[in-house]
Design a protein around this ligand. Structure first.
Ligand code: HAM
Length: 426
């Protein structure tokens, strides 16, 4: 009998049983992108090798050791795309996709990417991304909007326990001074760094901060922080992104070690991780790249974008017991006792829906609290908003966690947004 041929290492079949979950997250991604004014672009799976060399950068792991590069029958060097940004920028320039004076274009993509990485949990050689690129946007609000979109997309798939990390890698003006200080600092610790990091120190020192090896993490714990070296403009931009994200109610943490594995970034960089056993890898990452479009022969067009790894998103959802093809029909149940409370409940119900939440209330007034709690439990809602006349008079309402069976008191003002935030955090 002849030996059977199986999938190539690092690749996998998406089988019929999994397809509904893939379709569900793809549909949610498309919905989220559309809500923020993005249009789909589909670029070829392979491009001239030069495109990725120049965009992603010679000194990166991706270009240095992870690209699927081959010579075709016409003697051209081609590469299976390791990421989407370079292709989108190429296409944007090639077809003059920018609108108006700023050259604005909001483009999204879904599809396979290829990297010759060592396969392990959550890491494949063919994987899929959903990505978005906003080209022609200089304002810090564009960075905040990109993070907000990413956050919303992941939340709408049902992913919880999200943590957003944020950093600024500065610009061509301020980064050299930072890099110099970093190299100076790291040279003093060279003996404690890994072999790989010692090599990186000479070629691409920022990348040393990216190392996950415990000895490097320890050695670089006191490394200078980028945000202390930003020029006035980069510093103001970073402060504005921080402020806008806080105003949007998106929790984030500053992470001075976050430098990302691609060379095109300027200013803002971000990653999102989600709690799940053993998962240290980011589910999504992105940032600003103000020079890339100009470097590819177009006008200077500031831009910002991100990509979500769909395999990672789906495996995190599975670890959290969430099936994106079956989002709970009800997330919040509103229970109210008394006429005034019922009226307030009815208003809160709409406010919750305006926050994108699935909310339900007994439209028949006058049922007992006991009966409403029964309905709440049967609905599968994670939280129940409890409105009683007495609390209402004090401008407060109760919020009951249905799994932990605990209730706390919260102010009515801004309550729907607070409930959205809480659901995002559980
Ligand atoms: P990236 O961080 O290299 O960024 O990849 C984004 C996401 O793709 C990662 O967070 C991860 O979820 C997923 N991913 C990457 N490599 C693998 C792999 N080998 N196996 C499974 N999943 C993987 C970019 O690609 C940038 N183009 C993002 C961007 C867009 N920046 C600006 N615009």
């Amino acid at each position: 009998m002849r030996e059977s041929i199986q999938t190539v290492r690092g690749t996998r079949d998406i089988l019929p049983a999994e397809s509904p979950r893939w379709q569900a997250v793809e549909a949610l991604a498309r919905e989220a992108f559309a809500a923020y004014g993005y249009q789909e672009i589909r670029t070829p799976i392979f491009e001239h090798t030069e495109l990725f060399r120049r965009a992603v950068g010679e000194g990166t792991d991706i270009v240095g050791k992870e690209m699927y590069t081959f010579i075709d029958r016409g003697e051209r060097s081609l590469t299976l795309r390791p990421e989407g940004t370079a292709s989108v920028v190429r296409s944007y320039n090639e077809h003059s996709l920018g609108q108006g004076e700023s050259g604005a274009a909001k483009l999204y993509y879904l599809g396979p990417m290829f990297r010759y990485e060592r396969p392990q949990a959550g890491r494949f050689r063919q994987f899929h991304q959903a990505g978005a690129e906003a080209i022609g946007f200089a304002q810090p609000a564009a960075d905040a909007e990109a993070v907000a979109l990413l956050h919303r997309l992941l939340r709408s798939a049902g992913l919880s326990g999200l943590s957003v990390s944020l950093n600024s890698v500065g610009c061509a003006e301020c980064r050299p001074a930072y890099t110099e200080r970093l190299v100076g600092h790291l040279r003093g610790l060279e003996g404690r760094l890994s072999e790989e990091s010692r090599q990186r120190l000479g070629q691409n020192p920022l990348r040393v901060l990216d190392s996950k090896l415990p000895q490097d993490v320890e050695a670089t714990a006191r490394a200078p922080k980028t945000w202390n070296f930003l020029c006035t403009e980069c510093s103001a931009h970073f402060a504005a992104v921080n402020r806008l994200l806080s105003e949007l109610g998106i929790p984030f943490e500053l992470n001075a070690r976050l430098v990302r594995g691609l060379d095109y970034y300027t200013r803002t960089v971000f990653e999102i991780q989600a709690q799940a056993l053993g998962a240290q890898n980011a589910v999504a990452g992105g940032g600003r790249y103000d020079r890339l479009v100009g470097e590819f022969g177009g006008h200077d067009r500031p831009a910002v974008g991100f990509a979500v790894g769909l395999e990672r998103l789906l495996s995190l959802l599975e670890a959290q017991g969430v099936d994106p093809a079956r989002r709970p029909a009800v997330e919040v149940f509103v229970a109210a006792l008394g006429d005034a409370a019922w009226g307030e409940g009815f208003r809160q119900l709409e406010a919750l829906r305006a926050e994108g939440l699935r909310a339900l209330m007994d439209l028949q007034q006058g049922r007992s609290m006991k009966s409403q709690f029964k309905q709440a439990a049967a609905s599968g809602a994670r939280l129940t908003l409890v409105l009683g006349e007495e609390e209402l008079a004090r401008g407060m309402a109760g919020l009951k966690d249905m799994r932990q069976q605990q209730q706390e008191s919260l102010p009515l003002a801004g309550l729907a947004a607070e409930i959205r935030r809480r659901l995002a955090a559980v």
